[in-house]
Write a new protein. Structure first.
Length: 700
């Protein structure tokens, strides 16, 4: 990357060439002078000469942006740079003085804009996984027009060329750095002065790379969890890489694997994190991992062992496999863990290196249960498996399964864009992702299973569905925590009665500890693996060839500049003039749109699943049009659903958690400002009616 001063010299040369052409014009009638780009080529740059301007306007060379889009995105500097001049311009002015004046008038913003074009191309190449060869070809073309552009894609994308890894724990390891990751993230958040401390959550998990090989990564990831104290624009941080292990099995020694991480964490706990000249205290928020990874890092018995529950001290009972039937056993504490009072729980060979930190991590309290693994991939998957392949008394018949599949498929088009995947048939459950199990548990399952799954099994499923919905809803998770805990105790008890005591494995038992996690950390998504799982998927997709995977990932991640961060903005898209409009708004309506993004709210009139919202007056409406008024404010024209009643009554009236059965849509159009919107809702058809389910995480 060229230095600021190098760029400045290059830009001066570029401006000089333009000046030379202006001062020695090949004039024509319309005042347009064609100038060959620096270098060669047959393309031209138009420099517009008006018939009346003075030298001062020439001296202020601005790279104008064409316009701002509705999204507030600023377009890159124009390829055809127009410089307006005046006929009174004195062509006899000495060039030296011009240079001097230009240097005075050429603002730093101009350099920043040109540099931002490089950044945008770099981000584009990274985002679309453009090959280095293709980027190099593009740079050759750009270089003809802008000589300051680098010719090598590695220079443009800041690719790390020297990746130093170390051999450890029977694999290789690269330590990117915890402080560096936090600094990048604070930069990405444009963090100003906020909190004096940075709270960081960590995630450690294995990532198999290929189906045909045991090659795997073990990334150490971090995320800043107190973002809102630094930046109003974001309330959650993206994960970042702290260290990356590659091998053909799990790291053989946890102390070796975590050596660099623990050393740096120890240093940062003592000295703090430096960002923009200020020292921030580092707080370890939590370690968010699945049970096998927790057992590995904490050096304790795995979940299939008798002392396998890392939250309570019960000795597992063997019934075909190790089960945990006691929902009220004595809880483990950080102190009892440190004192190793339960010898069955701890490894005989290793002690976790995290216990040697200057500020020790709470080895019980700061290792929350991750609901993505426990509930979605654990219990919900187990339920589906039992309905399809379990004991005959709880197994569904072929026709019942087909009816459920038909219902799931019919809901496809009504699922909002926030869902990464559309509903699939139960027959494919073994290939379902965690998000699909979450969708089944919270949204599609209560409808698709209703009236087909035997009542006892359905009621048992609803205990889990309602309790997890309560624990995931930021607005009710604290108030309903004890109630939700009671529902899960009941679920586990009924589950044992329905499916057999031998089925109360660690995952099912672990549900009784989720209430404590909500009390400690708030809604379950604050300690879930979902964001890390997405990040791991991105890491995997960065691999382009099988050799040197560790080096490849480090190089590709180094290209993902902090400038690639996308700040979510409010915007409207797809202008139209099709209506409908209402009398009360017609005269004030300036533009109409089909799509709106406003914070977490995303409305698309073109999609049947993306137009329903809950308003502050508790009405549920369908958005029929998005309008911008002459005063510039955005509003919604809506129709309201008429009949509202409970969808289910067990384990509680569904309206208490915002789930309703709806009737027809009224015909009357009403106008509402965005401030009246509480959240988006999922509206799914059922027979001749609709069921409304709040979309968790879209609350304004
Ligand atoms: Zn337990």
């Amino acid at each position: 990357m060229a230095s600021f001063w190098t760029k400045r010299r290059q830009l001066h040369a570029e401006v000089d060439s333009y000046m030379d052409a202006i001062l020695n014009p090949v004039d024509d009638d319309c005042g347009i002078i064609d100038i060959q780009p620096v270098g060669d080529d047959c393309s031209t740059v138009d420099i517009q000469c008006n018939t009346s301007c003075d030298l001062s306007s020439l001296m202020s060379v601005n790279f104008q942006c064409d316009q701002e889009t509705d999204c507030g995105e600023v377009r890159p500097p124009c390829m055809s740079t127009k410089i307006t001049t005046d006929e009174t311009m004195s062509v006899a002015e000495p060039v030296g003085e011009l240079e001097s004046d230009i240097s005075l008038n050429y603002s730093d913003n101009d350099f920043d804009e040109i540099a931002s074009l490089e950044d945008e191309i770099s981000c584009w190449a990274t985002e679309h996984r453009i090959s280095q060869t293709a980027v190099g070809g593009l740079l050759k073309i750009l270089h003809k027009w802008f000589p300051h552009f680098p010719l090598d894609s590695r220079t443009l994308q800041h690719t790390v060329t020297d990746v130093v890894t170390k051999e450890t724990a029977k694999g290789s390891y690269y330590h990117y750095g915890l402080e560096r990751g936090i600094q990048d993230e604070l930069c990405r958040l444009s963090a100003g002065n906020g909190s004096d401390s940075v709270a960081v959550q960590f995630n450690i998990d294995g990532l198999p790379l290929y189906k045909s090989s045991s090659a795997q990564f073990w990334p150490i990831l971090g995320a800043v969890v107190n973002c809102c104290e630094f930046s109003a624009a974001k309330d959650c941080s993206d994960p970042f890489l702290v260290g990356l292990y590659f091998g053909y099995s799990k790291p053989s020694d946890v102390n070796e694997f975590l050596s660099d991480f623990v050393s740096e964490l120890s240093l940062l706990q003592k000295c703090g994190v430096n960002y923009c000249g200020k020292q921030y205290r580092l707080q370890v928020h939590s370690f968010c991992c699945d049970m096998p990874a927790r057992a590995f890092i904490k050096c304790v018995t795995g979940h299939s062992g008798y002392g396998g529950c890392d939250k309570c001290e019960q000795h597992g009972k063997y019934v075909k496999c190790v089960t945990f039937p006691d929902s009220h056993a004595r809880l483990r504490t950080d102190e009892s863990f440190a004192a190793m009072t339960d010898v069955r729980h701890h490894s005989k060979d290793y002690v976790s290196p995290l216990m040697s930190l200057p500020k020790p991590v709470g080895m019980v309290s700061q290792f929350p249960i991750d609901y993505m693994h426990l509930v979605c991939l654990g219990v919900t998957r187990k339920l589906v498996s039992l309905w399809l392949h379990g004991p005959l008394k709880t197994r569904l018949g072929r026709q019942s399964v087909e009816r459920i599949n038909e219902r799931l498929i019919s809901l496809k088009q009504h699922v909002p864009c926030e869902f990464q995947r559309k509903p699939r048939s139960l027959s494919e459950y073994e290939r379902w992702k965690a998000t699909e199990y979450r969708q089944m548990l919270l949204y599609t399952g209560p409808l698709a299973l209703s009236g087909i799954l035997p009542t006892a099994l359905y009621d048992n499923f609803m205990l889990l569905s309602v309790a997890i919905r309560m624990f995931l809803s930021p607005d009710i998770c604290h108030d309903m925590c004890d109630y939700g805990h009671g529902l899960l105790l009941l679920f586990v008890e009924h589950f044992g009665q329905l499916y057999g005591a031998d089925k109360i494995s660690y995952n099912v038992h672990g549900l009784v500890h989720l209430g404590d996690e909500v009390k400690r950390f708030g809604q379950l998504d604050s300690v879930s693996s979902f964001p890390y799982e997405n990040y791991l998927g991105k890491i995997k997709r960065l691999l382009k060839k099988p050799n040197s995977p560790l080096q490849q990932i480090v190089r590709r991640l180094s290209e993902q500049s902090t400038k690639c961060a996308k700040v979510e903005v409010s915007c409207v898209k797809q202008e139209h003039s099709e209506g409908p409009l209402h009398d009360c708004i017609t005269s004030q309506c300036e533009y109409q749109y089909k799509e709106l993004v406003h914070g977490r709210l995303h409305i698309k009139l073109t999609s049947p699943g993306d137009r329903f919202v809950l308003l502050k007056d508790t009405s549920i409406v369908s958005v029929e049009n998005i309008v911008r008024t002459t005063s510039g404010s955005i509003g919604l024209l809506c129709r309201q659903f008429r009949v509202v009643q409970d969808f289910f009554s067990y384990p509680l009236p569904s309206r208490e958690i915002g789930i309703f059965r709806l009737g027809d849509l009224g015909k009357k159009l009403t106008f509402h400002s965005l401030s009246e919107v509480v959240q988006k809702v999922v509206v799914l058809p059922q027979k001749h009616e609709y069921v409304c389910i709040p979309l968790i995480h879209t609350r304004q």
